[in-house]
Design a protein around this ligand. Structure first.
Ligand SMILES: Nc1ncnc2c1ncn2[C@@H]1O[C@H](COP(=O)(O)OP(=O)(O)OP(=O)(O)O)[C@@H](O)[C@H]1O
Length: 336
C-alpha cells in the first residue's frame, strides 16, 4: 500500500486531519496536558475537558500560538498520537500535506515541515499548501482559474485575509484577532457591567449560542463569581451587551479587509466584486459578523458551509485529485 496520505490543518485551538485511508476529516483540540512537567497526561479533546479545572501539577497548553508553532516538542507529541490513533497504532509510510499561513516568516513556515519530519510518523513526502488556497478549494472555488478571490478565515487567535489569483496568493495578512479575542471581550463586558467573573469556556458558550438566543429573544444565562461577594452566582446577560462587546474586534477585522481591498491590483477587482468575500474559519460563524462585513465593504459575503474544516477539505481535494497537486510545494533545501 503505497498511497497513504494525510492532510493537516494545524489550527491554534483545533487540529483537523484528513485521512485518505478512510476519506474522512477529524477535528481534535490542539491541546496537551503534561503531568509533573514531563509525563503525558492527556491530549486533544480530553486535555481540553480538563482545561481550567486541572490541579496545579497538570499543565495544559496549546502548542501553537498566533498561527505558528510555539512549542515544537509538545506539537510533535500531539501529531504522533493523533496519527497513531487514526491508524490504530499501525503507522505506515505516508505522504503529508500541511497547510501553512502565508503571512509568516520562512523560518516559521519551515517549522511546519520540520514538525512532520521529526514527529516519528514515517513521512515519505511532505508538501506544503498555503492555507488560503486549501480554504478556497475546500469551499469549492475554482482557485486555479479564478482571478481575484478574497478569503477571510476567522480562527481562534488569528484571522487570515488573502487574495488568491490563478492558484496562488497575491496578498495576505494575518492579524491577531479571532474567537479568543471575542471570548475575552465578552468576559470583560460581563465583568464591567455585572461585576461577574466568568471562565473562558463560559464566554465561548455564550458566543456560540448568541445567534440562537437572539432568535429566541432570550438572555444568556451564565454562572460565575461575583467580584464583590466572592460567591458563585447565576446571572442573565442581555444579548445586546454581548453584541456591543464584540463590535470592536469585528471592526478590526473589517478594517483589515478594507486595507487588503485597497491594495488589490485593479485587474482582480472585477472577480472579487462578482463573487464577494468568502468567509470561513470556526469563529466566522459568530452572530452578525457576516452582515457587518457586507455593510462595511459593500461586497456580498458568502459564508462557508463547513467553516471549521474547509482547509482540511481543500487538502483532501489536493490529495485525491492530480489536477490540484500543482498548488502544493516542497520546502526548498529540505534534508531527509
Ligand atoms: N458556532 C460558532 N459560533 C461562533 N464561534 C464559533 C462557533 N463554533 C466555533 N467557534 C469558534 O471558532 C474558533 C475555532 O475556529 P478554528 O478551528 O477555525 O480555529 P483554529 O484553526 O484552531 O485557529 P487559528 O486559525 O487561529 O489557528 C473558536 O474560537 C470557537 O469558539
Amino acid at each position: 500500500m503505497g498511497n497513504n496520505a494525510f492532510g493537516i490543518d494545524l489550527g491554534t485551538s483545533n487540529i483537523k486531519i484528513y485521512n485518505k485511508g478512510d476519506d474522512n476529516v477529524i477535528t481534535e483540540k490542539n491541546m496537551i496536558a503534561i503531568e509533573n512537567k514531563n509525563t503525558l497526561f492527556a491530549y486533544g479533546n480530553s486535555a481540553f475537558e480538563m482545561y481550567e479545572k486541572a490541579p496545579a501539577n497538570i499543565h495544559i497548553s496549546y502548542p501553537l500560538s498566533n498561527g505558528v508553532i510555539a512549542d515544537i516538542k509538545n506539537m510533535q507529541t500531539l501529531i504522533k498520537y493523533f496519527i497513531g490513533d487514526l491508524v490504530k497504532g499501525n503507522v505506515k509510510p505516508a505522504d503529508y500535506y500541511i497547510a501553512v499561513p502565508t503571512d509568516v516568516t520562512e523560518v516559521e513556515k519551515r517549522a511546519f515541515y520540520d514538525l512532520i519530519k521529526d514527529a516519528n510518523v514515517k513521512s515519505r513526502k511532505i508538501m506544503v499548501v498555503e492555507k488560503a488556497v486549501a480554504d478556497g478549494l475546500g469551499m469549492d472555488i475554482d482557485v486555479k482559474n479564478s482571478q481575484g478571490v478574497l478569503v477571510v478565515n476567522v480562527g481562534y487567535d488569528t484571522t487570515e485575509i488573502s487574495i488568491l489569483s490563478l492558484g496562488g496568493i497575491v496578498l495576505s495578512r494575518l492579524i491577531k484577532v479571532g474567537g479568543q479575542k471575542f471570548d475575552d471581550a465578552i468576559r470583560a463586558a460581563i465583568r464591567r457591567e455585572f461585576s461577574l467573573i466568568i471562565g473562558g469556556k463560559t464566554a465561548e458558550n455564550v458566543k456560540i449560542a448568541l445567534r440562537d438566543l437572539e432568535k429566541a429573544q432570550r438572555d444568556a444565562v451564565v454562572y460565575g463569581r461575583d467580584i464583590v461577594t466572592g460567591l458563585p452566582v447565576e446571572r442573565e446577560i442581555p444579548t445586546a451587551l454581548v453584541d456591543e462587546s464584540l463590535k470592536e474586534n469585528f471592526n478590526t477585522i473589517i478594517d483589515n479587509v478594507k486595507v487588503i481591498l485597497e491594495r488589490t491590483p485593479p485587474e482582480l477587482a472585477a472577480d472579487i466584486y462578482k463573487h464577494g468575500i468568502y468567509l470561513t474559519g470556526g469563529a466566522s460563524q459568530v452572530s452578525h459578523l457576516a452582515e457587518l462585513m457586507s455593510n462595511g465593504t459593500g461586497l456580498k459575503v458568502q459564508v462557508s458551509e463547513n467553516p471549521m474544516t474547509s482547509v482540511a477539505m481543500g487538502l483532501a481535494k489536493i490529495i485525491k485529485e492530480d489536477n490540484y497537486k500543482s498548488v502544493a510545494y516542497a520546502i526548498e533545501g529540505m534534508s531527509k
